[in-house]
Design a protein around this ligand. Structure first.
Ligand code: HEC
Length: 86
């Protein structure tokens, strides 16, 4: 796998840990909690690129992760949440 810019590669357990720490509050451990009016991740159709942008810059009440997570971490989390899709 090519490396994603600065920073080392992020393993799947690390991606899960980041998800639990930064995203579960609203989206739940399995993507479908729907707290704070967040959409179900199981029915999301956003592309990887769109998810990376959304996670980086945030939207509405969803907090931006720019400056909190690095690019490799954001990409890893964006990939990780694909498992929640139906
Ligand atoms: C404070 C609550 C909150 C947190 C924390 C949060 N989100 Fe969200 N998320 C939202 C809300 C609200 C939306 C809907 C944004 C909108 O469209 O206005 C959203 C939308 C999304 C979407 C788009 C789904 C779709 O197809 O429309 C994805 C993907 C997503 N979040 C992933 C994440 C990830 C990954 C994290 C952790 C890095 C995260 N969210 C953290 C509240 C949150």
């Amino acid at each position: 796998m090519p490396s994603e810019g600065p920073g080392r590669e992020v393993s799947e357990p690390e991606a899960r840990a980041l998800y639990i720490r930064k995203c579960s509050l609203c989206h739940g451990d399995d993507g479908d909690l729907g707290a704070s009016k967040s959409p179900m991740l199981s029915t999301s159709t956003l592309s990887l690129e769109e998810r990376v942008a959304l996670i980086t810059y945030g939207k509405g009440t969803m907090p931006a992760q720019k400056g909190i997570l690095n690019k490799a971490e954001i990409t890893a989390v964006a990939r990780y949440i694909e498992r929640f899709r139906n």
